[in-house]
Design a protein around this ligand. Structure first.
Ligand SMILES: Nc1ncnc2c1ncn2[C@@H]1O[C@H](COP(=O)(O)OP(=O)(O)OP(=O)(O)O)[C@@H](O)[C@H]1O
Length: 524
């Protein structure tokens, strides 16, 4: 992996302030998301915005980028008061935003998405298609990616969509670029590429706002930091003057909560047996090639790998969403071949998908209804649902996972991104699974919530749950798994007990190619 350049600390002068929010407030029905917030973005500076899930970060950014109107307060651009009616208004003045929940049109091509809103692209017809495809290719190669500009966005994986969002922001000549969780779906290599790009943008004088729950990233990339708590500014600092424990304490008001896993417990019988599972890529090669795994009750296996390693596809095969897959899968001794998704869930398999917006939530339903959607059969009394039981299960889950919501009746779309992720996890847990598959479970959730989710998983593992969680976060897999399986190019390239493995071994295995893995296998 290429080392990322150390970013020069930037000392902005007073008149470097490009965009400023003064005493900004935002009230939603039943929630005050922001109150009296002062915030500024300076040219050539990365300002990190931190806060727990629901602290108000995305709301503040939406206001700066014209996606929401403030209930109170003022915005100034170059010292002049401005009011934005839409994202297009703000974009015309050089303010770009990469939303946390990606904002692409799945039925348009990559190039069309990148240039959406440009005058040449009207009524869905791109009158300057050739040029846009060429320019999109150039932008994507700046991001060191060879995504086909003519591919449909709906066919791309989440990480690729995130790259397209970044390219889309770059296609406009931005003076301020707001990045809300830009790396949540990216692999370590892609994070390095993004950081190099941020270095270039800074050098060109772009003011950057960077939101992330990955604290090791923010201390590297940030020049300044503002911490929000409960919709108000809790602290401001130069990044070089602070460290991660300080940031956590300011965010959550208590010490760090990322507890490494204690010694593994005695394990029970196998609950999930995967034998020689494969899924061909119709364009050649494999998405998943001859993967085998034996998971025992009480075991927590981390599945580590880079983007495109085949982890999400493996989960899709297990849950029954890839009918063309071959191989054998047994759940608690029972063969799953030919069973549809719903039948697998009923037998005790649960999946928390990577893309919560598309696959994890029903947007128009309440938090409570989303939580029990997959487990309604548990609350059946005769032919109708017992509302008391359903309500108490919902309340308990909201409490256990620290979901920040005023009532279970609130629509799930009104929750902050991290809290939506917790709803998806809660929904899976309420099915009382024997095996829980988690695809990037801590995507978008804050340090406290992350620890809470893993604590809950651990507690359930003590009662016999088997867990496989996919992650591209080395620290997370090292801290949380009993055993670590590494995938690369669709194959398992390493199987290590957590107690003895090193980060270097994991990175080496994640970078091994399928060909190398096959040669090693033949040599054995
Ligand atoms: N459209 C909306 N309607 C009602 N409430 C909302 C809406 N959008 C946000 N909120 C509420 O405003 C508060 C702040 O949410 P916001 O999304 O800004 O948090 P955040 O700090 O970005 O969190 P996360 O880290 O989880 O993304 C939350 O309590 C959220 O439920």
């Amino acid at each position: 992996m290429a080392p990322s350049p150390e970013l020069e600390p930037h000392e902005p002068a007073e008149d470097d302030v490009v965009l400023r929010a003064e005493q900004v407030g935002k009230a939603y029905p039943g929630t005050t998301a922001l109150q009296g917030v002062d915030f500024e973005v300076c040219a050539g500076t990365v300002t990190v915005l931190l806060g727990e899930n629901g602290a108000g970060k995305s709301t503040l950014m939406k206001i700066l980028a014209g996606a929401e109107r403030p209930s109170s307060g003022r915005l100034y651009l170059d010292g002049r008061e401005v009011a934005f009616d839409s994202v297009n208004d703000a974009a015309a003045l050089g303010i770009g935003i990469i939303f946390q929940e990606l904002n692409l049109c799945p039925n348009l091509s990559v190039a069309e998405n990148i240039f959406l809103g440009h005058p040449a692209l009207r009524f869905g017809i791109d009158v300057d298609k050739k040029r846009h495809v060429a320019e999109a290719r150039k932008l994507l190669s700046r991001l060191e990616h060879d995504i086909d500009p003519e591919a449909l966005v709906g066919d791309l994986r989440l990480a690729e969509q995130q790259i397209v969002e970044i390219a889309k922001a770059l296609a406009r000549n931005v003076r301020v670029l707001i990045m809300d969780e830009p790396t949540s779906a990216l692999s370590a290599t892609e994070v390095e590429i993004l950081f190099r790009l941020i270095g270039d943008l800074k050098a060109a004088g772009v003011g950057i706002v960077y939101i992330s729950h990955r604290l090791d990233e923010v201390v590297r990339i940030g020049d300044r930091v503002t911490v929000l708590r409960d919709g108000q500014v809790k602290a401001r600092a130069e990044m070089r003057d602070v460290d991660i424990p300080w940031l956590i304490a300011e965010m959550v008001g208590r010490a760090a909560a990322f507890e490494p896993q204690a010694d593994p417990l005695p394990l029970g019988p196998p609950v999930l047996e995967i034998e020689e599972v494969s899924l061909r890529n119709p364009h050649g090669g494999f998405f998943v090639e001859r993967v085998s795994l034996r998971l025992r009750a009480g075991e927590v296996v981390g599945l580590y790998g880079l983007l495109g390693a085949g982890r999400s596809e493996l989960f899709e095969i297990l849950i029954g969403a890839q009918p063309d897959a071959v191989g054998r899968v047994r759940l608690a001794g029972e063969e799953l071949a030919g069973l549809p998704i719903a039948a697998r869930i009923r037998r005790g398999l649960a999946l928390v998908p990577e893309d919560r917006q598309r696959e994890g939530l029903v947007q128009c339903l309440s938090v409570g209804m989303n939580l029990t959607l997959a487990s309604l059969h548990r609350f059946l009394r005769g032919t109708s649902i017992d509302p008391g039981q359903e309500r108490s299960a919902v309340t308990q889950t909201i409490r256990d996972l620290l979901i920040r919501v005023s009532s279970p009746l609130v629509e799930v779309t009104a929750l902050s991104g991290g809290n939506q992720q917790k709803v998806v996890i809660g929904k899976a847990l309420l099915t009382q699974p024997k095996v829980l598959l988690l695809d990037e479970p801590s995507r978008g959730i804050d340090v406290g919530a992350r620890a809470e989710v893993f604590r809950t998983v651990r507690r359930l593992a003590r009662d016999g749950l088997g867990v496989v969680f996919a992650t591209s976060d080395l620290k997370e897999v090292m801290a949380m798994a009993d055993r670590i399986l590494v995938m690369a190019d669709g194959r398992v390239t390493g199987d290590f007990p957590r107690a003895t493995v090193t980060e270097e071994q994991l990175v080496a295995a994640a970078n091994r190619t399928a060909v190398e893995a096959r040669c090693e296998e033949d040599a054995r």
